[in-house]
Design a protein around this ligand. Structure first.
Ligand code: HEM
Length: 518
C-alpha cells in the first residue's frame, strides 16, 4: 500500500536543510533524502549546497537525471509529501499515448495534420500496438538489454497470441483465420501502412538488438518457406514459427561472402539415391541463429546456388558472435557438418537460389528502413528534450545557435526519411510482387542508403549535443550512446550502404531510354 503523502509549504521544507535532516523539492514533490544521501550515486556533497538543501532542486535534478529515476520504486519511496497549492507538471508518458514533443511522431499520424495514407483504422491500430509495446515489450527490452539474454518467452507468446508475429510478415494469406490484436483489425484489412506502423512501433524502445531478437529472423527466413516450400513443410513450419513455438533464421552470409552471394562456399551434395542433401559449410552473422530451430540456408549445388531448409540436429553448431550491438539478437556463427536433409526441404528450384534470395530483399530492406527511420526520430525527440532541460552558460542549451543548427539538420533528415518511406510504401501497396521487384528495387536501395547514412550523421550530431553523456551507457544520454554504438549495423545488414547506392544508380542507368541525350 502506498504511504500517505503530507502537504508542506516551501517554508516548512526550508527548515530541513542540515545533513542529519535533509529535504528537497522536485517538481512540487517533497523528498526526504537524509538517509539516501550516503547512497546517492552522484555523492553527498551535491545535496548540501545552499541552493539545494531544503530548496527547490527541480532544475538541478533535471539537468542531471532522466525523469524515470524518480519512478524507480527505491527512489519513489523517498517522497514524503507535496507542496501546498502546487501541481506537478512532469510525468512519464502514458502507455499508448502519442508524444507531444514536436517531430516525435510521423506528421500524418497526428490528428492536427492530414495524410493521404493513414485512415482511422491505422490510427486505432497505432494506439493499440503502442500500448502493447509500452506495457509488454519495453520493460522486457530494457531488462534483456541489461542481461544480454534473448527476449522472454512470455513476451514472444503474447506477441503470438495477438497475431503480432504473423503481422510482422506483412499482409497476406498467413493472416487468414487469425485474431489480430483481440479482433481490433480484420486480417483482410491489414495493409502495408499497418505494417509500416507495426515495424516502427516495435523499435520505439530504442534497444536495437532486442528488436532483432524478437523473431526477426522469421521476417527474412520464413518468406522463402511460405513462397517456395513444399505445402506440408510450409504449413508445419509457418504454424510453429508464427505461434512463437519455434524460431527460424535466414542463413546466407558467410565469412567468405556477404553481399556477393555468388561467392558462397557452403555445399549441398545429393546422396546416391537422390533422396537427401548432405550439407557442409559455415555461416556468419546469422540473426537469431543461437536459438533458431530452423535455418533457411544458401548452398552451392551441382546446378548452382540452391536454398534448402535445415532443421537443427546433430552436426549443426551455433556459437554467439560478440557484436557491438547486442547478444539479445542471438547473432551466430554456424557450422554444418555432414547434415542430412530430405530433398523435399529444397526451397524453389535447384540452381534457382539467387531468385529465392533476391525475391526477399526488397521487403527486408523496406522493413529495415521502417525501423531505422523510427530510431532516428527517437533520437530527435531525445535531443529536443535534452536541449530544453539542460542549462549551459546560464541558459538552456537551445539558446546556442550551433545546437539549433544541429537540430535543424537532424529534424530535416528524419522527416525526409519518413516521407520518402511513406511514398514507397504507397507504391508497394499498389503493386504486385513482380512489379515491386522491377520498379522498386532501385528506389528501396537508395532509400536504405539515404536512411542509414543520415542515421549515422544524426548519431554523431546527437553525441555532440549530449557531450560526455552521449558516450555513457547509463543516465541521461543512454539512448544516444546505444544508438551511436549500434547504428552502423543498419548500414551493413541487408546490403552494405555503398553497394545499395550503387545498385540504385545502376538500375537507373539500365532504365535510361536509348535516346537519352542532352
Ligand atoms: C530524490 C532525489 C535524487 C535521486 C533519487 C537521485 C538519484 C540519482 C541516480 C540514480 C543517479 C545515477 C545516474 C542516473 O541513473 O541517472 C544520480 C546521479 C547524480 N545525481 Fe542524483 N538524485 C537525486 C537528486 C539529486 C540532486 C538534487 C542533485 C544535484 C543538485 C543530484 C546530483 C547528481 C549528480 C551530479 C549525479 C551524477 C550525474 C552524472 O554522472 O552525470 N542528484 N542521482
Amino acid at each position: 500500500m502506498s504511504k500517505e503523502l503530507k502537504t508542506f509549504t516551501r517554508e516548512d521544507v526550508a527548515k530541513h536543510n542540515k545533513p542529519d535532516d535533509l529535504w528537497i523539492i522536485v517538481d512540487a514533490k517533497v523528498y526526504d533524502v537524509t538517509k539516501f544521501q550516503g547512497l546517492h550515486p552522484g555523492g553527498i556533497s551535491v545535496f548540501l549546497e545552499a541552493d539545494i538543501a531544503g530548496q527547490d532542486a527541480t532544475e538541478a535534478f533535471y539537468g542531471l537525471h532522466r525523469h524515470e529515476v524518480l519512478e524507480r520504486p527505491q527512489y519513489k519511496r523517498l517522497q514524503i509529501g507535496v507542496i501546498q497549492g502546487e501541481k506537478s507538471v512532469i510525468y512519464s508518458q502514458v502507455p499508448g499515448e502519442l508524444s507531444k514533443i514536436p517531430y516525435a511522431e510521423p506528421l500524418g499520424l497526428l490528428k492536427e495534420y492530414h495524410s493521404p495514407y493513414y485512415t482511422e483504422s491505422h490510427r486505432k491500430f497505432l494506439h493499440a500496438i503502442r500500448k502493447f509495446n509500452d506495457e509488454v515489450i519495453t520493460p522486457d527490452a530494457l531488462a534483456r538489454e541489461e542481461d544480454g539474454k534473448r527476449p522472454s518467452s512470455s513476451v514472444i507468446n503474447q506477441m503470438a497470441e495477438n497475431g503480432i508475429l504473423a503481422m510482422n510478415m506483412g499482409p497476406g494469406k498467413h493472416l487468414e483465420g487469425r485474431t489480430l490484436l483481440g479482433g481490433l483489425i480484420k486480417p483482410g484489412e491489414f495493409d502495408r501502412f499497418h505494417e509500416l506502423i507495426l515495424m516502427q512501433e516495435l523499435v520505439r524502445h530504442g534497444m536495437r538488438g532486442y528488436r532483432d531478437g524478437q523473431n526477426s529472423g522469421a521476417t527474412i527466413g520464413l518468406p522463402p518457406v511460405i513462397h517456395f516450400g513444399h505445402p506440408e513443410l510450409r504449413d508445419r513450419i509457418v504454424d510453429e514459427v508464427l505461434s512463437g513455438r519455434k524460431f527460424i533464421s535466414l542463413a546466407i552470409t558467410e565469412a567468405f561472402a556477404g553481399s556477393d552471394v555468388a561467392g558462397l562456399k557452403t555445399t549441398a551434395k545429393k546422396t546416391p539415391d537422390g533422396k537427401h542433401w548432405i550439407i557442409n559449410g559455415t555461416k556468419k552473422w546469422i540473426t537469431n541463429g543461437t536459438f533458431s530451430d530452423y535455418f533457411t540456408v544458401g548452398c552451392k549445388t551441382d546446378k548452382g546456388l540452391t536454398v534448402i531448409l535445415v532443421e537443427r540436429q546433430d552436426g549443426v553448431e551455433t556459437k554467439a558472435i560478440k557484436t557491438s550491438y547486442s547478444s539479445t539478437a542471438g547473432t551466430a556463427y554456424i557450422t554444418f557438418e555432414n547434415i542430412k536433409v530430405p530433398v523435399e526441404n529444397t526451397l524453389g528450384p535447384e540452381g534457382g537460389g539467387i531468385f529465392v534470395i533476391l525475391s526477399n530483399f526488397n521487403h527486408e530492406r523496406w522493413a529495415m528502413c521502417c525501423g531505422a527511420s523510427r530510431n532516428m526520430r527517437l533520437i530527435v525527440e531525445e535531443c529536443l528534450k535534452w536541449v530544453n532541460q539542460r542549462k549551459a552558460f546560464g541558459k538552456p542549451l537551445h539558446a546556442q545557435p550551433v545546437i539549433r543548427a544541429k537540430l535543424a539538420n537532424m529534424i530535416a533528415k528524419s522527416e525526409a526519411a519518413q516521407h520518402w518511406l511513406e511514398s514507397i510504401t504507397f507504391q508497394m501497396q499498389h503493386m504486385d510482387y513482380k512489379q515491386q521487384a522491377q520498379l522498386l528495387a532501385g528506389p528501396i536501395a537508395l532509400l536504405k542508403m539515404y536512411i542509414t547514412r543520415s542515421s549515422q550523421e544524426v548519431a554523431r550530431d546527437a553525441v555532440q549535443v549530449f557531450g560526455g553523456r552521449g558516450i555513457t551507457k547509463t543516465g541521461m544520454g543512454k539512448l544516444i550512446e546505444h544508438y551511436h554504438r549500434t547504428v552502423p549495423f543498419d548500414a551493413v545488414l541487408g546490403g552494405a550502404e555503398d553497394v545499395l547506392g550503387d545498385l540504385g544508380v545502376r538500375q537507373a542507368i539500365k532504365a535510361l531510354p536509348k535516346n537519352a541525350k542532352l
